[in-house]
Write a protein that binds this ligand. Structure first.
Ligand code: AMP
Ligand code: MN
Ligand code: MN
Ligand code: MN
Length: 275
């Protein structure tokens, strides 16, 4: 069975509508797909309808932005209830914080001599409530400041570079509780991408497991095969299950295409076994 538990649509910073995303997943042989838009559940209804027509299993997901000990983390909720009020309200709060952050990002780019980025990023955002760094990245490519979005993040929008601003996201406890209380399971997305040393990673995994977190994303578009093995070992050690997803944002963008997700290393307990 082909499983892909991490993907984005135009309701956050993906390039395809939920229906087009599901269609592409079906064409590429995906049997079980989670739509996990950043801080947003509004794409799930359309995805569900398209999935029913295509005979594909859709998992209601979300990728929540969290600040833990000065580090931004992404926590994925799978099998969440998109109508659960504390989750819906919590995500609405995060989205309104994004608006304020976007203005400060634009100010920072202006100070570096790049004007018009707020309007430019907005032109790339289909969901006006969800301005992401990916939208700013597309504006910077469009205006010739970088060759592609991956190149953008080497010179802009990251700590110490123009366009980056620190931001207060949700707390880890709130995110895990919203997910669990809505009937879902919480997964740490792409753990290898955070600027954490071994000791800090272990602290995070211990806290996450103790507060009811279920799994870590062992296989993701942003891990190397060596990292699959490292994070599989961590999962086992902390009694966590393993997830797998492409983190697909759009054709020709990002790390991996839909369904192009290698199998989990031996010994992992797949988080989707219980779905
Ligand atoms: P935000 O949640 O607004 O901070 O934006 C995070 C998004 O920016 C990610 O989900 C990716 O879509 C994109 N992004 C961040 N870092 C990179 C990177 N190094 N390469 C490509 N895209 C990135
Ligand atoms: Mn994104
Ligand atoms: Mn992420
Ligand atoms: Mn993602």
């Amino acid at each position: 069975m082909q499983v892909d538990l991490h993907s984005h649509s135009t309701f956050s910073d993906g390039l395809l509508s939920p229906a087009d995303l599901v269609e592409r997943a079906a064409q590429r042989g995906v049997d079980m797909l989670a739509l996990t838009d950043h801080d947003e559940l509004a794409g799930l209804a359309a995805a569900r309808e398209a999935a029913a027509q295509r005979g594909l299993r859709l998992i209601d997901g979300v990728e929540i932005s969290v600040l833990w000990e000065d580090t931004t983390l992404h926590i994925i909720g799978l099998c969440v209830d998109p109508a659960y009020a504390p989750l819906v309200d919590g995500l609405a709060d995060i989205r309104s914080g994004r608006e304020h952050r976007a203005r400060r990002m634009a100010d920072s780019l202006t100070a570096a001599g790049i004007v018009g980025s707020l309007e430019g990023a907005r032109r790339h955002a289909r969901n006006p409530q969800l301005l992401s760094r990916a939208h700013f990245a597309r504006f910077l490519v469009e205006t010739g400041h970088a060759r592609d979005t991956n190149a953008v993040f080497r010179n802009y929008l990251t700590p110490g570079k123009p366009g980056y601003v620190a931001h207060q996201w949700a707390s880890l406890t709130d995110a895990v509780n919203w997910i669990n209380d809505s009937g879902g399971v919480a997964v740490i997305a792409h753990p290898g991408r955070y600027p954490l040393n071994q000791q800090q990673s272990e602290l995070l995994l211990g806290e996450f497991a103790a507060m009811g977190g279920a799994a870590i994303e062992v296989v993701t578009g942003s891990h190397t095969p060596d990292e699959f093995v490292i994070w599989a070992r961590y999962a086992k050690r902390f009694g966590l299950r393993a997830s797998a997803g492409s983190d697909f944002h759009g054709p020709g963008e990002g790390y991996r295409d839909l369904g192009n997700v290698p199998v989990l290393p031996a010994g992992c307990e797949p988080v989707w076994a219980g779905f």
